[in-house]
Design a protein around this ligand. Structure first.
Ligand code: FAD
Length: 388
């Protein structure tokens, strides 16, 4: 289908990456993004396995490495900050908690967007889609209605347009954990390591270095779904103060700095959709198959998915054929990536003091024998098709 028009909703990683591949094949891309500007929040994300080959084919591997976080590895620490287990960054494409190509999500998004010449409409969302024989008519919150040959939703895990088009078919499986990300000032003595600390009650605190002279903080806690993700940011901060005030380690510093920071707060989950396309509309990235940050695979799936969808749309004779091929090629890869370590968040966040001791000892042993398989899912095998 050479030289067609595509509307992509969502300007994070998956959406702009798809625009890149379609533009290379002569398509015109328009991207709508709900946020008023490109979002910069988020922490370190990994580019693994086949996704690494994708960024190589985009000519971006060196740019991404140069913008890497410089994280030297992962340390499990105790309340006194003493290291209980240590996993240095790996040069492997596929294994380990800290990948060799590790970059802030916002930085990756910025780099990919800069490679595209798409039309970006910020502060805009789709309000209605109407499909006919020749294309899709789309209405927006802002501006006139427009027509496109195909529409791709790359709106992340809680995509609202997905619900509009696919109804409740796509299911979000909650993983029983809330997590929040924010950026805090770096202080002298902060190591260039990801420090991970478990506190009783199924809580964990993380501090990671970045390449921008600040530290990336994470506060996570086990909880059944309670709708906290829908609270306002001030209420979410109050909640985090209540949950973490007695957590120990760097909790006081992190909570104090959080009050001045932009917070990204989410109910961890995975998306399972029985189909990724309906007529001329397709799902991509987290909107289709969110694997959750626990998998370490979300961004890799988004990059590989964008490559395959872009390639199939460029070479197929119809959108039907392209979407069917995209789903057939990607399903097995996604299924593997979505398989989390049995026990998932509960295993990594024990509730009792004894549980934390057992976890620290197990991690210590794993570190000594150099076993990193505990920390990554087996999702490294995907044969990238070649598209002209
Ligand atoms: C702000 C932010 C921070 C993140 N931080 C982390 C992190 O620290 N660690 C991690 O592992 N993963 C993080 N993620 C998720 C990670 O980016 C994805 O798992 C992965 O990169 C796949 O990206 P995606 O483009 O499919 O979806 P996402 O990265 O989720 O992007 C979806 C985009 O769509 C936009 N959007 C949502 N709804 C609409 C709508 N109705 N209309 C138009 N636009 C819409 C969103 O604003 C966002 O820009 C974060 C995502 C975001 C948005």
């Amino acid at each position: 289908m050479p030289g067609r028009t595509v509307l992509i909703s969502g300007a994070s990683v998956a959406g702009p990456a798809l625009a890149y591949w379609l533009e290379a094949a002569g398509w015109q891309a328009t991207i709508v993004e709900r946020a008023a500007e490109l979002r910069s929040e988020g922490q370190n994300i990994d580019i693994r396995g086949a996704a690494r080959e994708v960024v190589r084919r985009m000519g971006l591997e060196d740019t991404i490495r140069a913008a890497g976080t410089g994280e030297e590895g992962t340390r499990i620490v105790d309340a006194g900050g003493r290291t209980r287990a240590s996993f240095p960054a790996t040069r492997s494409d596929t294994a380990g908690a800290t990948a060799e190509l590790e970059i802030l999500r916002g930085e990756l998004s910025r780099i990919v967007v800069a490679q595209t010449s798409a039309e970006y409409l910020f502060g805009t969302t789709i309000t209605a889609v109407h499909e006919d024989e020749d294309g899709v008519a789309v209405s927006f919150t802002d501006g006139p209605d427009r027509r496109f040959d195909v529409v791709v939703l790359a709106e992340g895990m809680r995509s609202r347009t997905r619900t509009q088009v696919f109804g409740t078919e796509a299911r979000i499986r909650h993983l029983g954990m809330y997590t929040s990300y924010f950026t805090i000032p770096k202080k002298p003595g902060d190591p260039d390591w990801w420090q991970w600390y478990n506190a009783v009650g199924g809580r964990n605190l993380g501090l990671r270095p970045d390449n921008l002279g600040t530290m990336r903080a994470t506060l996570s806690f086990l909880s059944p779904p309670r709708g906290y993700e829908d609270l306002g940011q001030d209420e979410q901060k109050q909640l985090l103060h209540r949950v973490f005030r007695d957590a120990g380690w760097e909790a006081p510093r992190m909570l104090a700095a959080m009050d001045d920071a932009e917070l990204y707060f989410e109910n961890l989950g995975q998306v399972f959709a029985p189909t990724w396309h309906r007529g001329r509309i397709a799902l991509l990235g987290d909107a289709a198959y969110c694997a959750s940050p626990l998998s370490g695979m979300g961004t890799s799936l988004a990059l590989v998915g964008a490559y395959v969808l872009g390639g199939e749309l460029s070479r197929a004779t119809s959108h039907r054929e392209a979407f069917a091929n995209y789903e057939r090629l990607m399903r097995p890869y996604v299924d593997k990536a979505q398989k989390l370590i049995p026990g998932g968040p509960r295993l990594a966040n024990p509730k009792s003091r004894l549980g934390i001791k057992v976890l620290q000892t197990t991690m210590g042993v794993a570190a000594r024998i150099g076993s990193l398989s505990l920390l990554t899912p087996p999702a490294d095998k995907f044969e990238l098709p070649t598209y002209s």
